[in-house]
Design a protein around this ligand. Sequence first.
Ligand SMILES: Cc1ncc(COP(=O)(O)O)c(C=O)c1O
Length: 393
Amino acid sequence: MEDLFVAQLKALRAAALDRHLFEISSSQGPEIQIVARRLINFSSNDYLGLANDPRLRGAAISGINKFGVGAGASRLISGTQSPHARLERALAKWKGTEAALCFSSGYAAALGAIPALVTKNDVVLLDKLCHASLIDGAKLSGAILRVFPHNNVRKLESHLEWTRREHAGKRVLIVTESVFSMDGDHAPLRELIELKKQFDALLMLDEAHAVGVIGPHGRGLAAAEKLSDDVDIQMGTLSKALGASGGYICGSNDLIEWLINRARSFIFSTAPPPAIAAAAIAAVNFLSSSEGEERRLLLWEKIRLMHELLPASDLNRKSNAASSAIFPWIVGDEQAALDLASALQSEGFFVPAIRYPTVAKGAARLRITVTAAHDEDQIRALCDAIQRLSANL
Ligand SMILES: Cc1ncc(COP(=O)(O)O)c(C=O)c1O
């Protein structure tokens, strides 16, 4: 058995696909401490700089003082405490849906929701670049799974035609992300909605990297395009721009009641710590406030600066406006991506290489993310370093 792992690990190392943990001995923020070094962090999803915000910290501390640390039981037994219920009401109000349900992570939300929505003989149509949580949820459901090329609406349409022919009367679920996690581009939401209506399918939209960043008060891409009412299942996470932890599904009362009864990652898992739910409420309240909206607009100033200063590349096309806080520097070769990450680290920047299985083999990249908490000098310094390094490639 041990030999087996040794051989497998050796193979990973030979392919430059071995992965390691970095221990950060500071709180999250634009600067982090790794071992004895302070590095400027351009790899975090804490887009609004809320993970260490005094409002969230204060809410978590009061939450601990009043409700303790652990929830002690699953939500359906005795684990539903007031912060969970209040958070769900706040999320539904913020997203403009009838109801919301919280999970212990975004991963758990996808893993619980998809198998509750579709089952054997139903069909899931999934964008090729969807996050692992959505792929795993779709696989776990046992439904027939068809993948369409990234954002290819024509191919999706032909899958829908095939489904109508071969699986008439079965439930069809289209699954996609609003902002793609490793590429930062948007889904063609309006066209997807036209198709889902034409073929009477359900649409599940993961807004993990859009909430807090896009749309009025950070409500996400569907809200920005005034299409929220046409998205049947709105998924998101509290662990990125909202600075806390946990996942959610927003939608109709019936959808949420069904998930309470059937989503196994919700039913068979201890409720999230109430203090974390309290911190997430503070994040939702902040986003809903004028100060929150200012912070989001500040993030967009930083995004535009980054877009302007980064060298032109396939995904930082100067002709297009920046679409999110994610800037992928696609290198391709795994070892080359590792070398670039370590070159940046020697210059004081933390941007780890993203490799398979997070992205396809041969599509390794540096996934650069900018946050509202970065200052202009930090962004300029990173872009200078990237200019220099890319000139030598
Ligand atoms: C698109 C997408 N969906 C879902 C998740 C899972 O969310 P969480 O980190 O809260 O489990 C992530 C996080 O990496 C993500 O990028």
